[in-house]
Design a protein around this ligand. Sequence first.
Ligand SMILES: NC(=O)C1=CN([C@@H]2O[C@H](COP(=O)(O)OP(=O)(O)OC[C@H]3O[C@@H](n4cnc5c(N)ncnc54)[C@H](O)[C@@H]3O)[C@@H](O)[C@H]2O)[C@H](O)CC1
Ligand SMILES: [K+]
Length: 494
Amino acid sequence: MKILSISQTQAADRYTIEHEPIASLDLMERAAQALLVWFLQNIDPARPIVLLCGKGNNGGDGLALARLLRANGYWDLRVFLVDHKGSPDFEANLDRLGKDILQELLQDQLKQEHFPADIVWVDALFGSGLSRVLEGRYAEWIYQINERSGTKVSIDLPSGLMGDAIAQTDLLRVFKADYTLTFQYPKLALVHPYTAALAGQLEVLDIGLHPDYLQSAESSYSWMSLADIQSIIKPRKKHSYKGDYGHAYLLAGSPNTMGAALIAAEACARSGAGLLSLNTAKETFRACNSRLPELMLQERSSHAPNLEAYKAILCGPGLGQDEGVNSLLAELLQNWQGPMVLDADALNLIAKNPSYLEWANENWILTPHPGEFKRLLGLNQLGPDQLDLGIEYCRKHQLNLLLKGSISVFIESDGHCTFYDFGTSALAKGGSGDLLAGLICGLLAQGYTIKDSVSLGLALQGRAAQLAERELGSAHAVLSSDILKQIGKAYASF
Ligand SMILES: NC(=O)C1=CN([C@@H]2O[C@H](COP(=O)(O)OP(=O)(O)OC[C@H]3O[C@@H](n4cnc5c(N)ncnc54)[C@H](O)[C@@H]3O)[C@@H](O)[C@H]2O)[C@H](O)CC1
Ligand SMILES: [K+]
């Protein structure tokens, strides 16, 4: 699914109105119906709801939703308005609302009044029409609501967030949503690593914008959903043997950090790779054999072995950064032309030796978490330009970057970005990155393309983490070892 700019979003709206055709007020009604379905599925009708409505079409959506909620058994509703005058569709919906829903002008009540703790705040102040940072009373209201408890639901965009103007965002003047219900496709600010957390959990609601416009619009950003994954998976053939599924090669682990290498190795094997060799420190062989007897072990020396037999390589998990490892890595980076995942200490060594990037090519996938990404860029802090810097890095060195986070972004060597919201909080733990790197390497070994390996690797990791969470009852308790055991069920779930 493409991610369109705000001007394209407005054009999609106009194109739909003209070519479906549909009246703009009816399109707003369709949007409100989609919002209602989400409320019916997620919000108990007994809860008190306050809808905050601006005077543009975002406010109009809020008013239409208030009317539909009332008609569907939500009784404890209040609508706070910024103004009684606004866009034509706003005013039409204000007329339709009826006086039995309490309407008040948004004033000092936010500061003074007591609101029940289980309240649901619906933010329909500003959506895609926001053109500058919020100031004055708007900024003050956002600040006050952010301080209050309750469930916070934003319509289309959290107010204060400009859909695609990331650099202009003031993070403190944005409504902090628990859920954002956005129309048709995510907007860049909802998935961008600098601003995504403000949107909370993202829900994309189909409001039937015209497919012809969506198909022809150009964008270098896209969004992948779990529904897109099934078509990637290659079935395993009955008449096949291990040689058909590739030999993966891992350069990982050191005596104190073997866990990382073993997690990556098991993930690689469970992804379906035919054979797996691990180049690691000799003193760890006994531990490796007892934990994962399927491994073929190769004693580490400071020279790379003949790599002809291998289909894909993973370097980094638990590798360490001593001189021997460094020269082995350098040799590998220089000589290996096939697909390769670079993670953890391999990234740290590249950050220390930027000249290694001269050997980079389109088969490299660097998989940094934010700390490693900072080191690669030589920055102390990641700011609103982090994605642009990542795009520039990929184009300059002709490699691929997977920026890992609660929403991960895969940047290809041509600068195209794909966003993935497959993670769960269970993955915010040591070991998750090793597991992902192992999966991606195993998929590359089986002949999946770079992009498909990343997409399927993230999907398997995310789904397996969800399954482990369900089995153990809580995200807190999930370990990488639990996630590894769910990879089979994750495959079967697509
Ligand atoms: N395209 C779609 O898919 C559909 C979108 N819908 C909803 O419409 C909004 C966009 O509505 P729009 O009227 O264009 O803009 P807003 O409601 O976001 O607000 C515009 C309003 O605010 C003023 N303004 C802008 N910036 C500021 C500021 N910093 N301070 C104060 N005032 C500001 C501006 O001048 C306007 O008056 C979209 O998000 C959806 O929710 C449709 O309902 C369905 C189809
Ligand atoms: K909003």
